[in-house]
Design a protein around this ligand. Sequence first.
Ligand SMILES: [Zn+2]
Length: 56
Amino acid sequence: MTTANSLVYDIALTRQNLRQLELRLKQLQANCIHRFTESTTHRECKKCKFVESIHY
Ligand SMILES: [Zn+2]
C-alpha cells in the first residue's frame, strides 16, 4: 500500500470511529439529567459536556 493509500484508509477509519463516538456522546447527553455551569455566553453540563448557547 502506498503512503497516500494508507493515509486515506486511516482517515476513513478515523472518521467512522469519530461518528460512533459522537453518537455515543449524543446518546449519553440525551439521557443525562444536566447539571449546568453557567458562563456569560453559554452554559455547559458538568456531567456530559452538553453545551447550550445563551442568546439574549
Ligand atoms: Zn448533561
